[in-house]
Write a protein of this length. Structure first.
Length: 382
């Protein structure tokens, strides 16, 4: 190719590029305006007004529509509850006991009637532990609990809606397969099912909204297992809005060797303040790989302890003192108690805890001697 020919080809290419660019500008300037179905751009559109569901007082009539109770006087179908307590207080055992009674349609603890329903247990904290406790229940009472499903997968109610959708879908499949309505969904525990949320902030409001969605979509009672806060007198741990959002709140305590479930909130039912005593009986499941006994526990009815007039629960040191005094045939002097705990607690701690125990009613004192309250001793021996 000659030099002249090469230059001629370059001029043609430049001319073609310029023509293409000019054509693009013309097309861009002549593009038709965007099409909006209702003729209004999105930024000018307004959200439709939501129509409210309303009832009128003068149309209610006189016929009473009672709450649809799942467990008599305690839990209502289609509602949300929290069962909370310290670690090792027995709260998970209590929840499993309730759930077994509902699934079997038997009276819970022999006194509270139940509506026979299927149960879905979201065992996010420890599925194998829940399974062992159910084995203990079935072995001890000689029954097979029907229609009780244990979901072993982690569930997160804070991250997004996907796990709520998955649980609701499983509930529908379970009901269709078994032909039994799921009346109870247990969430174990709130902390493990809200990973990523800041527990003392309104992050938990998102979690509560998804719990509401779960109960509404499934038409079930949703019972959430939760932990106590650092200050026992302030109730359940975390965001204060949790208590406002629920229908029923039950506190589980293990004080001075006695266990109790106390209804601390009840929106519709009349059982607020009710105290339900129980004990945990050990059940042999088998042997460990080392040949040692492997055990679990079951919930058994017991008299509820007398409620002590106190602002705080018994501390760790106070509990240790109570257990020590419980095993003594007679009262002991403060110096004897301090001597027993000389390697664990100092004398001022022993003195302070003894005063607190006397004020709470767990311990009585006379003539310089301290002894366990005889009423609490009798309850423990049942």
């Amino acid at each position: 190719m000659t030099v002249a020919t090469k230059k001629h080809m370059e001029r043609i290419e430049r001319t073609a590029d310029a023509a293409i660019e000019k054509l693009s500008v013309i097309q861009a300037n002549n593009e038709p305006p965007p099409f909006y179905p209702d003729g209004t751009p999105p930024e000018q559109q307004t959200a439709p007004v939501r129509r409210l569901t309303v009832s009128f007082a003068d149309e209610l009539g006189s016929e009473f529509d009672p709450p649809d109770e799942l467990i008599e006087g305690l839990l209502e179908i289609g509602c949300l509850s929290v069962l909370y307590g310290d670690s090792n207080s027995g709260k998970t055992f209590a929840a499993i006991s309730m759930a077994c009674a509902v699934a079997s349609g038997t009276d819970w603890l022999g006194t509270k009637r139940t509506e026979r329903s299927a149960v879905v247990y979201l065992a996010t904290e420890g599925p194998r532990s829940v399974e062992r406790r159910l084995q203990a229940h079935q072995n001890h009472f000689g029954v097979l609990v029907p229609d009780f499903a244990i979901v072993r997968d982690p569930i997160n109610l804070f991250r997004d809606d996907s796990d709520v959708t998955a649980v609701a879908s499983f509930v529908r499949e379970f009901e269709a397969e078994r032909g039994v309505k799921v009346g109870l969904i247990v969430c174990d525990t709130l902390a493990r099912m809200s990973v990523g949320a800041k527990e003392n902030t309104d992050d938990m409001g998102v979690v509560m909204q998804r719990l509401d969605r779960l109960k509404d979509e499934c038409g079930s009672h949703v019972l959430v297992i939760h932990h106590s806060g650092k200050n026992a007198a302030n109730g359940a741990r975390g965001w204060s809005g949790i208590r406002a959002a629920i229908d029923t709140e039950i506190e589980v305590t293990d004080e001075a060797g006695t266990r109790c479930m106390e209804v601390t909130k009840q929106r519709e039912l009349s059982g607020k303040g009710e105290r339900i005593g129980f004990r945990l009986d050990s059940v042999l499941l088998g042997q460990t790989k080392w040949g040692s006994p492997a055990t679990s526990c079951v919930v058994v009815s017991a008299d509820a302890p007398v409620k002590a007039q106190r602002g705080k629960r018994v501390s760790e040191a106070g509990g240790a003192i109570v257990e020590f005094l419980r095993n003594q045939p007679a009262g002991l002097r403060q110096s004897d108690v301090a001597d027993h705990f000389r390697n664990t607690y100092d004398k001022s701690t022993i003195s302070r805890q003894l005063r607190a125990l006397v004020e709470s009613g767990a311990v009585v004192t006379a003539a310089g001697l301290f002894a366990i309250n005889s009423g609490l001793r009798n309850v423990a021996k049942e």
